[in-house]
Design a protein around this ligand. Structure first.
Ligand code: EPU
Length: 321
């Protein structure tokens, strides 16, 4: 291990963390590909996250690994997983602007959600409390921090529409609050500052929207099951939909359903899902993404933009596509 990594590792240990050296990232991503991270560390509160930022090594946040293509060369620096306080949920009633509580006593208010909480966990907790607000996340297999950054969404809606404000840590270790307006959400996009790590998100929740949202969610979950290859490793939609069209339709029209590069394949069930048939490398998946993008452009003059994000070291010129 280099002196720089050893120094960083010591700093993390002193701050109460347990960094893992050369952590195999293929174990953590939905695609099951990618090389090792120099250091992987679970971070439990903002003080620990500030200590990570203070190391001067590059920091990558691993949400749920469900929208991330990690390179075969792996990730240099520190990969962080948000745990502990970053997985907590509390409520704030409109009549009580300062205090947080474990439940909402009015029919509507704010839920304060740690950025490391899985979307599915938030949905289940709100469901139990009879609250609507996060239905747009049904079936989206990520964490709340990723859902903010990407403005995750489905046919039910976009997560950004539920967000009131976001707390984030900047690369210099300071913490800032950003309103939904400042984040300028649009389709699968927010203006979260570069290098900022979302720590907590406040979303509007309400008993009034619960029943309607619940039935939209149920319908959507059934729709996904019938249209998406949920039984094979993938990162969901590979490309964003271009305005007025759909990436899946275009890739199918380009004749690419079932196309392969090594162990990576474009799903026969949904052409915007690129699956690992078992032996894919990150490079196979990258090559297939590029081939689909180039073929669709040649045939239809539509330039698809990846929805999945790339992490780690790639040969020059790979990203952005
Ligand atoms: N289509 C094809 N061929 C295909 C796939 C789709 O012609 O192989 C056509 C469908 O017939 C439909 C249109 O394309 O007319 C749209 O397809 P679909 O309804 O499956 O939705 P999508 O736009 O591909 C979006 C989200 C999904 C979300 C679904 C359902 C994006 C990029 N994707 O997919 O989100 O689950 O709607 O709500 O917006 C994700 O973001 O990872 C994701 C899976």
């Amino acid at each position: 291990m280099s002196w720089e990594l050893a120094g960083a590792s010591l700093k993390l240990i002193m701050a109460g963390m347990e960094p893992v050296k050369d952590a195999p990232m293929a174990k953590y991503g939905y695609w099951r590909v990618g090389g090792p991270a120099d250091l992987l560390v679970d971070v439990h509160d903002e003080a620990q996250l500030a200590a990570v930022m203070d190391t001067d090594l590059p920091v990558t946040v691993l949400g749920n690994g469900s929208n991330l293509l990690v390179s075969d060369a792996g990730i240099r620096g520190i990969v962080v997983r948000l745990r502990g306080t970053f997985r907590e949920l509390s409520y704030r009633d409109p009549s009580n602007s300062s205090g947080l509580s474990s439940h909402l006593s009015s029919e509507a208010g704010l839920a304060l959600v740690g950025a490391g909480m899985m979307n599915s966990v938030l949905l289940a907790r709100l469901d139990k409390a009879g609250l609507g607000g996060a239905g747009s996340l049904a079936g989206v297999p990520g964490t709340i921090g990723g859902a903010v950054k990407m403005n995750a969404g489905t046919r039910v809606g976009e997560f950004g529409d539920a967000v009131a404000f976001v707390r984030a840590m900047l690369p210099n270790g300071s913490v800032t609050n950003l309103t939904a307006d400042q984040l300028a959400f649009r389709y699968r996009h927010s203006t979260l500052p570069d290098g900022a790590i979302v720590t907590r998100v406040a979303i509007w929740v309400s008993q009034l929207s619960y029943a309607e949202e619940r039935s939209a969610v149920e319908e959507h979950v059934a729709y996904r099951k019938s249209t998406q290859p949920l039984d094979q490793p993938s990162c969901g939609s590979t490309f964003k939909n271009p305005p007025g069209d759909s990436a899946g339709r275009l890739i199918e029209a380009a004749g690419l359903k079932g196309a392969r590069e090594g162990g990576a394949m474009i799903s026969e069930k949904h052409a915007n899902f690129f699956v690992n048939t078992g032996s894919a490398t990150a490079n196979d998946i990258y090559t297939l993404i590029k081939r689909a993008r180039d073929t669709v452009y040649e045939q239809f003059e539509v330039l698809l933009e990846p929805e999945v994000r790339a992490a780690g070291e790639w040969p020059d010129g790979c990203w952005p596509l």
